[in-house]
Ligand binder design. Structure first.
Ligand SMILES: Nc1ncnc2c1ncn2[C@@H]1O[C@H](COP(=O)(O)OP(=O)(O)OP(=O)(O)O)[C@@H](O)[C@H]1O
Length: 229
């Protein structure tokens, strides 16, 4: 089942086309990796899917108007000066925000997600003192508290060492399998793409190409990825 479909998508900035005629389908409970060179427009396409970037041409349609979409960026510089506990930071996704009277259902969900993201020991530590991997898992936990159908990861494992990035992606994989989560991720990390993604969408100025990661000749991505090492 297709949860998001793009047809003939084209985006232009200042009389310059990033791309045109991009066709793609995001399939339910699969991980789609959006790949391509620096500046090709991967983040811009994510923004278009999130509805914050207007398309110059084409359409993006959702199978259901009530999709809950959550987003995890690569990093949040503002976190350096955000002296609250990790559990409080994750709770910001609840409508009640920082108010002390969380519903029992919310408390249970929060505890469950803190456990799943391996943050139980750190729940009462401050987010601004957490390591890069811990912060990134806290951002993921905050996204998961929204109980999304679609999770968008924009280079969410960049700058993490191998152990931290696998720990992060194993949580994502768990939610894909156990909570019917559909995932879209932008990544330059060939190891992460080949280990975790099911499908790819390769963007270039000439257009888009979608396929199964298992059929992708990974050397086609290597030149671009070396620029990001
Ligand atoms: N609002 C905007 N107005 C004008 N140009 C923009 C705007 N947003 C993005 N761009 C340009 O569009 C191009 C694509 O940017 P985008 O961030 O989507 O690329 P990307 O593929 O995600 O790159 P990277 O791999 O380096 O993160 C860039 O040249 C960027 O400067």
């Amino acid at each position: 089942m297709k949860v998001v479909t793009g047809e003939n998508v084209g985006i232009q900035f200042d009389n310059r086309w990033l791309y045109r005629q991009i066709n793609f389908a995001v399939n339910k409970q699969r991980i789609l990796a959006i790949v391509g060179d620096n500046g090709v427009g991967k983040t811009t396409l994510l923004r278009a899917i999130l509805g914050v970037q207007t398309l110059t041409e084409g359409t993006i349609k959702y199978s259901d108007d009530h999709q809950v979409i959550a987003y995890v960026p690569q990093y949040r510089p503002d976190m350096q000066a955000f002296p609250i506990k990790i559990s409080e930071y994750i709770s910001l996704s609840f409508d009640s925000g920082l108010l002390p009277w969380k519903q029992p259902r919310e408390k249970k969900l929060l505890a469950h997600i803190i456990e799943d993201t391996n943050l139980r020991q750190l729940a009462n530590s401050r987010i601004d003192t957490a390591s890069g991997g811990e912060k990134q898992r806290a951002y993921l936990a905050q996204a998961l508290v929204k109980q999304p159908n679609i999770l968008i990861l924009d280079e969410a494992t960049a700058n993490l060492d191998n152990s931290a990035k696998y720990e992060f992606m194993e949580v994502v994989k768990h939610y894909q399998n156990h909570h019917e989560l559909t995932i879209l991720m932008v990544s330059h990390d060939l190891d992460i793409i080949t280990r975790y993604a099911d499908d790819y969408l390769l963007l270039s100025k000439e257009g888009g190409e979608q396929g199964f990661v298992a059929d992708l000749d990974i050397t086609r991505l290597q030149e671009g990825s070396q620029n990001h090492a």
